[in-house]
Write a protein that binds this ligand. Structure first.
Ligand SMILES: [Zn+2]
Ligand SMILES: [Zn+2]
Length: 185
């Protein structure tokens, strides 16, 4: 049903029922989770597929988690797609993978939950507080001052966007070479 709606963009309930050879009641029942996920919305007598920009509930492109609102890291790509990573950890890795296609990147200030440009954000790695997402943990802040204050309370190390990206890239490389039994240093 999901594929059918996506293909047609808008469909009437009666049409879905005929195409899928099930009762309209079953159509309504099966639509409910799709509506709750935010993939489709109800229209008069039917349903409509939501555009990718509106649809931000698909989960992280790397680990499929749907992260905490305060941790989200969004990548706007040049083909109108929006990818929402669960946290800056996945976001920074994805950003590097998609380099060249990224138009804009947004993340959240961990304290105020306001949306900020990721390129100007400050990142704290490995704070000593469990934030419930990927490891090493990464949280983002709008200003260096807030990030430094957070470190005083919870520990961790401060990085700019460029150094945060390098740090994660370096980690991935270290993992890789230690798997092959090579000392990364
Ligand atoms: Zn993730
Ligand atoms: Zn995560």
């Amino acid at each position: 049903m999901k594929a059918l709606i996506q293909q047609h963009q808008t469909m009437r309930i009666s049409e879905l029922s005929k195409r899928l050879q099930v009762s309209e009641m079953t159509v309504h029942r099966d639509l409910k989770p799709l509506i709750e996920e935010g993939l489709v919305s109800r229209t008069y007598g039917g349903v409509e597929w939501k555009t990718p920009v509106e649809n931000q509930s698909r989960g992280c492109p790397l680990c499929e988690r749907t992260g905490d609102q305060r941790l989200l890291y969004r990548l706007m790509l040049n083909d109108q797609q929006v990818e929402t990573a669960c946290c800056p950890h996945c976001g920074l890795i994805r950003h590097r993978q998609k380099r060249g296609q990224v138009v804009q990147v947004l993340c959240q200030d961990f304290f105020t939950n306001t949306t900020i440009s990721a390129e100007h954000a400050w990142f704290v790695f490995d704070p000593q507080v469990e934030i419930g997402c990927c490891h090493p943990q990464v949280v983002s802040f709008a200003s260096k001052e807030t990030a430094e204050r957070f470190i005083v309370g919870f520990g961790g190390s401060l990085h700019s966007h460029a150094s945060a990206s390098d740090q994660l890239h370096g980690n991935a490389r270290a993992c890789h070479s230690s798997q092959k039994g090579v000392d990364p240093s």
